[in-house]
Design a protein around this ligand. Structure first.
Ligand code: GLN
Length: 267
């Protein structure tokens, strides 16, 4: 298939309300890696003005973090047919990356530091609770070994096995997983709750993580996995991405692993 004919639409959940700590970096990274390969990219905000049809027209979904107050506005807006449309897309394997506040709204509920519990979509089997305004936030660099089975297998093709992600977390909420598979195992940092060593979750092709928006620039092979999955879903043909040169990203990963004194193979 001709690269110029390829067109992908990135759905961006509530860009103005949900984009803390560089989360827009994930959108820019996906966009650029598509454009460098000659694909046409559209970015479609999935916000208060979005229609149900908009949710059906996207090929990938990106959701960022938010402070509790903004998160509450989003969670109250994302109900009814819009919620059903998002649920249907994720259930059917539309690839996506959801950071911090965004996964909290895909789970059963989020209890903010102040105020009432907010119901989520209940799509991913976990709950998130903020232990209160005086509790320590979970802040810092994060290194995670991907353990989600299918994702680990598919990422190994891009970057070898085991796969380590570098990230940065900043959250008050603590997430406890139910039956959903964790994204990975915390090598350094706090992850879902600072207690059970899990980080994030993986469901169908949705990546939920506490790692903020530099996640994809820091781990570009995850962006490529999302793009490849989106292409296979949309065009129903086995597409293999043309590799890109990523010397700066590779050097940045090596520098971070060194700085954090984490001894892992890099690539
Ligand atoms: N409000 C959520 C929390 O504190 C999410 C924060 C964020 O997205 N950075 O856990």
């Amino acid at each position: 298939m001709n690269q110029e004919q390829i067109e992908l639409t990135i759905g961006w959940l509530y860009p103005t309300l949900m984009s803390t700590y560089g989360d827009r970096g994930n959108v820019i990274c996906l966009q650029k890696r598509c454009e460098w390969r000659g694909y046409t990219v559209k970015i479609l905000p999935l916000d208060q003005n979005a229609t149900d049809a908009d949710f059906h027209n996207v090929d990938m979904i990106v959701g960022g973090g938010a402070q509790d107050r903004q998160q509450e506005i989003v969670m109250r807006d994302l109900r009814g047919t819009k919620a059903a449309a998002l649920r249907e897309r994720i259930d059917n394997g539309t690839p996506g990356v959801f950071t911090c506040g965004a996964p909290q709204l895909l789970g059963h509920y989020y209890e903010p530091a102040l105020g009432q519990r907010i119901e989520g979509l209940g799509l991913l089997d976990f709950v998130s609770v903020h232990p209160g305004a005086n509790a320590r936030r979970c802040i810092g660099n994060l290194v995670v070994e991907v353990t989600a089975k299918l994702l680990a297998q598919e990422l190994a093709v891009f970057c070898g096995s085991p796969t380590y992600l570098i990230g940065f977390e900043n959250h008050g909420g603590r997430t406890k997983l139910g039956q959903v598979e964790p994204l990975g195992r915390v090598v350094q940092g706090l992850g879902n709750n600072g207690e059970d060593g899990t980080e994030g979750a993986f469901y169908q092709n949705a990546i939920a993580t506490y790692s903020h928006g530099p996640l994809l620039p820091k781990n570009p092979f995850v962006a490529d996995w999302l793009i490849q999955t989106a292409l296979r879903q949309k065009y129903q043909v086995p597409i293999t991405l043309t590799p890109l040169e990523d010397p700066l990203a590779i050097q940045a990963r090596q520098a971070m692993f060194q700085r954090l004194r984490v001894n892992v193979p890099t690539g």
